[in-house]
Design a protein around this ligand. Structure first.
Ligand code: MG
Length: 270
């Protein structure tokens, strides 16, 4: 038995030009590809993001993961972050975004997970598509039509998130399950990338740099060159082999109704 999705992957991170600490953490080791952006002042954010990534590192080496395993790791991660809070590291919290390799009847799938405003994208056939939906005040204002995407870029509320692991938040993550396709390039990043580099430019780099390591480094460097106001982290995952068969159906009934994004209640989420 081989893994349902074989990948080539890499990660890159940079403290940026304004911060003294890098509170981002990441993991790029099959079947787990994640970015966590910590918050909380002093070293609280660094410890929170590291604690969450350490929890998921225990899943590295498996061929694929199920929703329950991801949920359990997330629950354990939340406990670890809450322990930081009780130890006096008040308000420690972190985002978490990314994908794990999943298997449905032997077919390769991506299971995306998100809490907070780090993001998971899929780049396929030259198109960049954001898979995750930010848990942020700006996202809510955009959905309500109270703000334009242009105004959102400079809105002073753009750093306020509405869900986190820790930081007093108890709400669950969102999950998306969708078939992996040969040639999929998944990109996971902290907001230090997307607040500095346009999606158009991100797509350009993803489309012209075949090496995941080089692409992650180029994107990170681009964010730093654009101002580097925040820590920036990029993980790239290329699907180089996918177990699939013709006419395969999408099984997303594993996903609870209440954890689906609101625009994708019926069936496959793309
Ligand atoms: Mg950040």
């Amino acid at each position: 038995m081989t893994a349902p999705v074989l990948v080539s992957c890499a990660g890159a991170t940079h403290t940026g030009l304004r911060r003294t600490l890098n509170e981002d953490a990441h993991l790029a080791a099959s079947p787990v590809f994640l970015v966590a952006d910590g918050m909380g002042g002093h070293d609280a954010g660094e410890r929170a993001s590291a604690a969450v990534i350490a929890e998921f590192a225990g899943l590295v080496g498996k061929e694929s993961l199920g929703l329950e395993e991801v949920r359990r790791a997330l629950a354990d991660a939340r406990t670890a972050v809450e322990e930081l809070v009780t130890q006096g590291t008040s308000r420690a919290g972190t985002t978490l975004s990314g994908v794990v390799v999943a298997s449905v009847d032997g077919i390769g799938y991506w299971l995306a997970v998100n809490i907070g405003d780090s993001r998971t994208y899929r780049f396929a056939d030259g198109e960049l598509e954001q898979i995750t939906v930010d848990h942020s005040v700006i996202q809510e204002l955009l959905e309500d039509g109270q703000i334009t995407p242009e105004a959102a870029m400079s809105d002073p509320r753009r750093n306020i998130i509405t869900r986190a692991i820790g930081a007093g938040s108890t709400t669950d993550a969102d999950y998306w399950l969708f078939p992996a396709e040969l040639g999929d390039r998944m990109m996971i990043c902290s907001d230090g990338l997307t607040s500095e580099v346009s999606e158009q430019r991100i797509a350009e780099i993803l489309g012209t740099e075949p090496s995941p390591q080089r692409a992650a480094q180029l994107l990170t460097a681009e964010a730093v060159d654009a101002g580097g106001r925040d820590n920036v982290t990029v993980v790239i995952v290329d699907a180089v082999s996918v177990a699939t068969h013709p006419g395969s159906i999408v099984h997303s009934d594993e996903i609870d109704e209440d954890t689906r994004p609101r625009e994708a209640v019926n069936g496959e989420v793309r």
